[in-house]
Design a binder for this molecule. Structure first.
Ligand code: NAD
Ligand code: UD1
Length: 344
């Protein structure tokens, strides 16, 4: 049996999903090398990863858009067998304000990674995509065969273009890739040592909920209660970040172990269940015992009415399934928020 550890390059490994995935990879016996420019994360996350996993991963503070600096990582770390590329900017509103920043950061970093992986003959890549590629779907639940709708933001477009870049390159090179289309990742690690670190006032629902519960925000604004859904609020497929992390291990194992695969595959990463905003609020209250003040506000521009995943493909082909329910997502997000308030 080959007991040598395989090394995985994790770009954006200090971020929300990347840090949870790093922990999952270490737990599954991989070595991890993190590349992150800390544009949306903090260096203390590295020690937290060590506290949870018992291993301090190698960390390079490098911008993936700086190809020469990124190449040094490839030169120094010659045992890398694959990469998971999380590094990207992800704020939808900011991407509308600063489209060039988003196109450059998200696409140049992807092209650099692919080019170096091909140059160093380690062409296996897992790419962070998003359910945003489906836009407002015509049919629910959305399968991987559902139509890709025109992107509604430069951020969303970087995910669509990113998938297209990978598809085109994989047709004409040894590149082998899996794109994971996450639905709405929420929650935090059971230790409450790592979690989401929103930059300024959060735009996303769950960090806004936990900040309201802890008193950083006066109340939650529920954007619209006149949608065509059971209680009038929007429906999303919220998925625990720990389950999302496990999906990356499954995707990586598929790339490393299964020889007969299409060069490029993509999978929905969700639970398969949709929850309304009001259901999420009630789940938070049930899971934590904390009452959440909220007010109904007008609809938020650009919001999709309802979207949730068909997960047959990821369940059957990746052999991955989500395990954690909405109450567990809320309880862990709350534990993280409480711990965060003690260090900030
Ligand atoms: P995050 O911001 O917490 O993590 C991204 C990390 O990448 C950060 O640590 C940041 O410092 C780093 N980074 C950004 N640009 C970089 C660059 N040029 N070079 C090096 N490091 C860079 O975000 P996240 O929520 O963990 O998201 C990870 C990936 O998943 C992103 O690609 C995001 O677009 C995608 N995604 C996230 C969600 C979500 O809801 N969180 C949903 C769908 C897709
Ligand atoms: C948003 C992005 C998506 C991105 C994802 C994760 C848009 C249109 N989509 O998804 O591309 O991948 O974040 O970064 O921005 N809500 C409230 N009050 C709040 C916040 C949210 O009612 O304070 C509601 C929203 O209207 C929505 C739901 O909660 O119905 C989820 O919102 P959010 O967490 O921002 O995620 P998405 O909009 O699904």
């Amino acid at each position: 049996m080959n007991t040598e550890k395989k090394t995985i390059l994790v770009t954006g490994g200090m971020g929300y999903i990347g840090s949870h995935t790093t922990v999952a990879l270490i737990e599954q016996g991989f070595d991890v090398v993190i590349v992150d420019n800390l544009s949306n994360s903090s260096s203390f996350i590295l020690e937290r990863i060590q506290q949870i996993s018992g291993v301090l991963p190698k960390f390079y503070q490098v911008d993936c858009c700086d190809k020469a600096a990124l190449e040094k990582v490839f030169i120094q770390e010659n045992s890398i067998v694959a990469s998971i590329h999380f590094a990207a900017l992800k704020a939808v509103g900011e991407s509308v304000e600063k489209p060039m920043l988003y196109y450059k950061n998200n696409l140049v970093s992807l092209m650099n990674i692919i080019e170096l992986q091909l140059q160093y003959e380690i062409p296996k890549l897992v790419f962070s995509s998003s359910c945003t590629v489906y836009g407002e779907p015509d049919f629910l639940p959305v399968t991987e065969k559902s139509e890709i709708k025109p992107a509604t933001s430069p951020y969303g477009n970087t995910k669509q273009i990113g998938e297209e870049i990978i598809l085109d390159i994989s047709r004409n090179s040894p590149l082998q890739a899996i794109a994971l289309r996450y639905f709405n990742p929420v929650g935090a690690h059971a230790s409450a040592l790592i979690g989401e670190l929103p930059n300024g006032t959060p735009n996303n629902l769950v960090p806004y909920i936990t900040q309201t519960a802890i008193g950083k925000q006066p109340y939650l604004r529920v954007f619209g209660n006149d949608y065509n859904t059971p209680d009038g609020t929007c429906i999303r497929d919220y998925i625990h970040v720990v389950d999302v992390a496990a999906a990356h291990v499954a995707a990586l194992n598929r790339l490393l172990i299964i020889p007969e695969r299409p060069q490029f595959e993509f999978f929905n990463i969700g639970t398969g269940n949709g929850n309304t905003v009001l259901e999420v609020i009630h789940a938070f209250e049930n899971a934590t015992g904390v009452k959440l003040p909220y007010q109904i506000y007008p609809r938020r521009d650009g919001d999709i009415e309802k979207v949730y995943a068909n997960t047959d493909l990821s369940n059957n082909v990746l052999g991955w399934k989500s395990n954690l329910n909405i109450e567990q997502m809320m309880a862990s997000a709350w534990a993280w928020e409480q711990k965060l308030s003690t260090i900030k």
